[in-house]
Design a protein around this ligand. Structure first.
Ligand code: P1T
Length: 386
């Protein structure tokens, strides 16, 4: 068992006591059964129906709850389903403060779905400025949604400062912790109410499973989220729960390499003549570098940069890459590259995207765990460095 004082590297292996007590199997069985026999009428066992709970999903949830220092985790079919589950907590007419720059799919869910059918209202705020968050709070504000570092511009938000403001107004805070993972940052320890993850990224870690997870510090909030998830049904299946749990075993080891490779790449790009600007919280030039150093154990595996030139320069660079794969998503063992304007953030209308600060010449790298020299050489040849 991993005690609460264990090192994170130990916790990722042992958290949640996921081995099977009945057989001694070190990894939990994948329980595919959708339904569970009752002892007698009126006497269900621990599990009743897999939409409500399932032993394999429970094992994953116990593990992630412990990694995030929460009391309960709930796993969903995708990161988007997890985010939708949080919005389901809110009554019609509620107001949500969300970041100006964050994952385009979350923004689409908020702006194009929940504003319409859920009758929620949203204000986009630059969360690097806590005073701007305070100024945006209204009587109907019920939730502040934080994403830090943000996707794609890697802005860093002071979680404790925003939590302090939200608490004064009895407003919930949720942190999308996908980019940092609990390996680098644990928002519940800083007072946040909910941590949300796209488990598709670093948790799964191998680009082979889609999933989402919410973690809470309060049992009653966990009960409400569980009820809403059971009612709407967007749960993570047992096979996928197993894959995410398996991925987590190597999370600490992978993050170490993601972070060291990304820092070296950011430093290399910063000096590159074809690069106009680099975004990486680990660089002293990053506007929130001091905050990132304080709040995060390390700076993560995502590096963004603006290439000098127009759309043709972006296309030329991406098409020349050989080790990096041009694809959506992030957080897996292989290095990926993409253009947020036409990929991860294509669902955000062009003028809104520009307001977010996402230029057409912005390139996002999800730095994998390959050998650093191969990655640097690939970037150099694609940037046409002689
Ligand atoms: O793809 P899904 O598992 O539904 O997760 C959505 C999501 C939520 N939060 C963040 C910070 C994310 O980056 C994502 C998914 N992002 C991509 C697919 C992408 O290419 O940026």
């Amino acid at each position: 068992m991993a005690g609460s004082n264990s090192q994170f590297e130990t916790k990722v292996i042992h958290a949640g006591e996921t081995s099977d007590a009945a057989t001694g199997a070190v990894m939990p069985p994948i329980v595919t059964s959708t339904t569970f026999e009752w002892e007698a009428l009126g006497q269900p066992r621990e599990h009743i129906y897999t939409r409500s709970s399932n032993p394999t999903r429970d094992a994953l949830e116990r593990c992630v709850a412990e990694l995030e220092s929460g009391v309960r985790a709930l796993a969903y079919a995708s990161g988007q389903a997890a985010s939708a589950g949080i919005l389901d907590l809110l009554d019609a007419g509620s107001h949500v403060i969300a970041p100006l720059d964050f994952y385009g799919g979350t923004r689409r869910l908020f702006d194009q779905v929940r504003r319409r059918v859920g009758a929620l209202d949203f204000t986009w705020v630059d969360m690097t400025d806590p005073a701007a968050v305070a100024a945006a709070i209204r009587p109907k504000t019920k939730l502040v949604w934080i994403e830090t570092p943000t996707n794609p511009l890697l802005k860093v938000t002071d979680i404790a400062a925003i939590v302090a403001i939200a608490r004064q107004h009895k407003v919930l805070t949720c942190v999308d912790n996908t980019f940092a993972t609990p390996c680098l940052q644990r928002p519940l320890e800083l007072g946040a109410d909910i941590v949300m993850h796209s488990a598709t990224k670093y948790f799964g870690g191998h680009s082979d499973v889609l999933g989402g997870i919410n973690v809470v510090a309060d049992a009653e909030l966990g009960r409400q989220l569980h009820l809403l998830r059971s009612a709407s049904g967007g749960v993570l299946g047992p096979f996928d729960s197993y894959l995410v749990l398996r991925g987590i075993k190597t999370l600490a080891l992978r993050m170490e390499r993601h972070c060291s490779n990304a820092l070296a790449i950011a430093q290399h790009l910063e000096k590159h003549p074809r690069v106009a600007r680099v975004y990486y919280p680990g660089l002293p030039a990053h506007p929130q570098h001091a905050l990132a150093k304080r709040q995060m154990g390390s700076f993560g595996g995502i590096v963004c940069f603006e290439i000098r030139g127009d759309a043709a320069a972006v296309g030329g660079f991406l098409n020349r890459l050989q080790v990096f794969t041009v694809a959506e998503s992030l957080g897996a063992v292989e290095s990926l590259a993409g253009q947020p304007a036409t990929m991860s953030h294509s669902s955000v209308p062009t003028d809104e995207r520009r307001k977010m600060g996402i230029a057409e010449n912005l390139i996002r790298l999800s730095v994998g765990i390959e050998g650093l020299q191969d990655l640097l050489a690939d970037l150099d040849q694609a940037l046409l460095t002689p």
